[in-house]
Write a protein that binds this ligand. Structure first.
Ligand code: NAD
Length: 286
């Protein structure tokens, strides 16, 4: 079997086109475009690239840029002051604190200063609680992107056996909840899981989010399964994922490439969350 490739770049591009239309309609109806505040602290090169890409793609769909760049020496109090100012600014629909913060700063209490209605990364404690309860709220971008990819590829989620490898707050844990809410039967595997291959071979949908290059090989995969690779690793040969792509593509029914799979979807979901946030702030249900 040779897997069908799920083209995340193309799916994200289509999504951005639809979003641009929706944002145009929202802006005409409300008199103001949604605004996104990206908060970058310090000069981490990877973070600078990510933030630049988010701002560029946001501008391209009609979102107003409220970027803030704080010096690497900024104190927790200064970052908190910035977030509180943005939280009170009606022109700012969404706030994103780019991670990681410089060493010595604890991100969690700062993230929790972002109001749930502006939490476009879906990472505050309140947003996590809303997700856990299945209540309306902004969902984390990468897990939402995985669900969108499965839907776009026509992979049936309801009733499927899904295995998520990784249980981080950013990806694995919220994704397991989203899949459960879509009626999959979900198993979460992690670094202490015994005989990982035996667990993953039961999966109709296998999501690799362990941050271990090439962890998932053909022997981990049930023939015909949908394999979604969240991992991103910079190697001398370019970007690689958690999945041994060539081997797994021979066995799986669907597979996402790295790059061009989950990555582009993450930013598309951020843009969608910014529009949802703007709608929530106008009292609309999402
Ligand atoms: P993390 O380090 O916070 O969590 C990794 C998880 O994997 C942990 O729960 C750990 O228990 C589990 N794990 C580690 N080794 C394992 C093993 N050998 N077997 C089974 N489970 C194992 O990482 P994260 O923030 O969740 O990110 C995971 C990967 O996804 C990274 O490569 C990261 O760069 C990538 N990522 C990609 C995007 C995107 O937009 N594509 C977004 C976020 C993260």
């Amino acid at each position: 079997m040779t897997a069908q490739v799920i083209d995340g770049a193309a799916i994200a591009a289509r999504l951005r086109e639809r979003l641009a239309d929706d944002i145009r309609a929202f802006t005409e109806a409300s008199g103001a475009a949604p605004g996104l505040a990206t908060v970058l602290v310090g000069e981490d090169p990877a973070s600078q690239v990510y933030v630049a890409s988010k701002r560029k793609q946001a501008a391209a769909v009609g979102i107003v840029d409220h970027h803030v760049h704080l010096d690497g020496g900024a104190s927790a109090a200064e970052i908190a002051e910035t977030i509180e100012r943005l939280a009170g600014d009606p022109a700012v629909s969404g706030i994103l604190l780019q991670l990681p913060l410089p060493e010595g700063l604890d991100a969690a209490p700062l993230i929790d200063l972002i109001p749930a209605a502006k939490d476009v990364d879906g990472l505050t404690t309140l947003s996590a609680g809303l997700l856990a309860r299945g209540k309306p709220g902004l969902r984390p971008c990468t897990p939402s992107g995985v669900i969108e990819l499965l839907d776009a590829a026509g992979v049936e989620i309801s009733g499927a056996r899904a295995v998520v490898v990784g249980r981080s707050e950013l990806v694995g844990a919220p994704l397991a909840q989203l899949l459960t809410q879509r009626d999959a039967t979900v198993t979460v595997a992690h670094s202490r899981t015994r005989d990982l291959a035996a667990v993953t071979r039961a999966a109709d949908i296998l999501v690799a989010a362990a941050g271990r290059p090439g962890l998932i090989t053909a022997e981990h995969v049930q023939p015909g399964a949908a394999v979604i690779d969240v991992g991103i690793h910079r190697t001398p040969d370019g970007l690689r994922g958690d999945v041994d792509y060539d081997g797994v593509a021979e066995v799986a029914g669907w597979i996402t490439p790295v790059p061009g799979g989950v990555g582009p979807m993450t930013i598309a979901m951020l843009l969608r969350n910014t529009l949802l946030a703007a709608r929530m702030q106008r009292g609309e249900a999402i």
